[in-house]
Design a binder for this molecule. Structure first.
Ligand code: DX5
Ligand code: ZN
Length: 223
């Protein structure tokens, strides 16, 4: 079964309690939380205090995606706020290996997100240290964008690297994921699907999550 992570960025912020309750009652596995600083990406979302509140309301694994420059400054604060997974951007880290150790020392799972233009091979020398890789399938900053098809090739390549080394690293796909393309993404080798608009803007979000969960997560290829 795929891991499904509804992205709270697409929720109604005027009713966050109810939106998180809905996720709690659904078959979702993780709650994806996008933190944007207006510098690394051209949008600002929310900071530690809101994340702390959301984490306290959530019964799911809190999956924090930091789209911020110099993420090292805030890792401890987001961990204290209740993040179970903390992902930083490859493009925002000068000392990625050290950053990953800092995340783990906090007790969180360490993730690395890469932008659409960043080659998966660049993770080769730190792959053993990464618990999850977020492949951005849109340019980060906004929800509701169109899935970039080239991501499928990147998923296959990354899966191959992970299988060849016998690692447990999860591949998470973020941006433009819906029921119409989820199957092909899973067949390419994805383990986790982030779903913002496709869940929160659907007529029946709980049912939409159920449909995502019912999809086969078997990759169609073996390395
Ligand atoms: C984009 C964010 C995504 C976003 C996905 O910068 O990282 O997590 O919420 O939204 P959808 O699923 O609507 O593309
Ligand atoms: Zn995200």
């Amino acid at each position: 079964m795929p891991i499904i992570a509804p992205s709270i960025l697409a929720a109604n912020f005027g009713n966050l309690n109810a939106e998180i309750e809905m996720v709690n009652h659904s078959e979702a596995d993780w709650l994806h939380v996008d933190v944007m600083d207006g510098v690394f990406v051209p949008n600002i979302s929310f900071g530690q205090s809101i994340v702390k509140k959301m984490a306290s309301l959530s019964t799911k694994i809190v999956d924090v995606h930091l789209m911020i420059v110099d993420p090292d400054r805030y890792i401890k604060e987001f961990s204290d706020a209740g993040a179970h997974n903390i992902s930083v951007h490859y493009e925002a880290c000068n000392h990625l290996h050290r950053t990953l150790q800092v995340i783990k020392e906090c007790g969180a799972k360490a993730g690395v997100a890469i932008n659409p233009h960043t080659n998966v091979e660049l993770l080769s020398d730190v792959l053993e240290d990464i618990d999850l890789v977020i492949l951005m399938s849109v340019n980060p900053g906004f929800g509701g964008q169109k899935f970039i098809n080239h991501t499928l090739v990147k998923i296959q390549r990354l899966k191959q690297m992970i299988v060849e080394r016998n690692l447990q690293t999860l591949i998470e796909i973020d941006g433009g994921v819906g029921l119409q393309n989820a199957e092909i993404i899973l067949r390419a080798g994805a383990d986790v699907l982030v779903a913002g608009s496709s869940v929160f803007h659907s007529d029946n979000p709980i049912e939409t999550v159920r449909k995502f969960k019912a999809l086969s997560s078997k990759p169609s290829f073996q390395a």
